[in-house]
Design a protein around this ligand. Structure first.
Ligand code: NAD
Length: 276
């Protein structure tokens, strides 16, 4: 018997591939995306796959909308087994030049958005004494990257949020997991890579960073590869707390536990071609 799985931001990227793979396995998918066209085309794709789904266009920062979505899901299915908080937007800028209003929006979507979707479904899961809460964090949720200070802050925050709430909900039978992709070849990075203004003291290094990132993305795991790994976490009886997508990032996070920060920084700066 399939499970009921909520996925946020399933109109594109990893969320979309994860949703279709789970639907093909016979699970019921409920979810939303701010991109109405993405939702409409996914609905068509899901109709062809068959099975149950409840998809709608919705912005994760619309609190009333989240409550209505939650009510519609529980009305239709009577329960939710897993919530995968996948929505996330990037933010690329030298910290000194970051527009703080845009930064607030990034934190709102990446952190408070995840908090809102989990808050919405925890009560029904707690009543049933089962359920999984899974958040898409990032490698930068544990290893900070330059020119991504705001995004890094948002991913450290989501990792911290999950690690903290786990103490509260696990006694009620709920499981908490964090997924930490490194680079995945969705359109995610291309949406945010903008050079700092002419004359910016950070422009040259940021340019080299973007070039390096664009080069690395050519060999990065595809969203389909990533989705296969995410599906494994979603369907695991006892998912691990921390889950990476590819071996390189697992190795990097492991070695990060032992490397002196000075050495780690040296490797990162050289790897991203941003040595002064
Ligand atoms: N792609 C990467 O390299 C990478 C690396 C590490 C972590 N991640 C994280 O993985 C998750 C998915 O990333 P992706 O690469 O598939 O991204 P993506 O940009 O391809 O897809 C994200 C989806 O979220 C939707 N979305 C954006 N803002 C929204 C909002 N306010 N309300 C509702 N939906 C909204 C978008 O329309 C899009 O369909 C994100 O949390 C991201 O931070 C991505």
């Amino acid at each position: 018997m399939g499970e009921v799985i909520v996925i946020t931001g399933l109109g594109d990227g990893m969320g979309r591939h994860t949703a279709t793979m789970l639907a093909e396995m016979g699970h019921s998918i409920a979810g939303f995306d701010v991109d109405a066209k993405g939702v409409a085309s996914l609905s068509e794709e899901m109709d062809k796959i068959g099975g149950e789904h409840l998809l709608m266009p919705l912005d994760i920062s619309d609190r009333k909308g989240i409550t209505k979505f939650r009510d519609a899901v529980l009305r239709k299915y009577g329960k939710v087994d897993t919530v995968l908080s996948n929505v996330g937007i990037g933010f690329f800028s030298p910290f000194e030049e970051a527009d703080l209003e845009k930064a607030l929006k990034c934190l709102e979507i990446n952190v408070i958005g995840a908090a809102a979707i989990f808050q919405a479904f925890i009560p029904s899961m707690r009543d049933r004494k089962q359920g999984k809460l899974i958040a898409m964090s990032s490698l930068v949720g544990r290893i900070p990257f330059p020119f991504e200070s705001i995004y890094t802050a948002s991913k450290f925050a989501i990792t911290g949020l999950m690690l903290s709430l786990r103490y509260e909900v696990e006694p009620f039978g709920l499981k908490v997991s964090i997924i930490e992709p490194a680079q995945v070849s969705t359109t995610f990075a291309a949406k945010i890579h903008v050079l700092p203004r002419d004359g910016s003291p950070y422009r040259e290094r940021a340019r080299r960073f973007i070039e390096r990132d664009d080069e690395l993305i050519k060999t990065a795991p595809t969203p389909v590869f990533a989705a296969r790994r995410i599906v494994k976490v979603v369907t695991a009886k006892k998912p691990a707390l921390f889950n990476q997508i590819d071996f390189n990032s697992s190795f990097l996070l492991w070695i990060n536990n032992f490397l002196p920060t000075r050495i780690r920084d040296m490797i990162l700066v050289n790897y991203m071609h941003i040595k002064v």
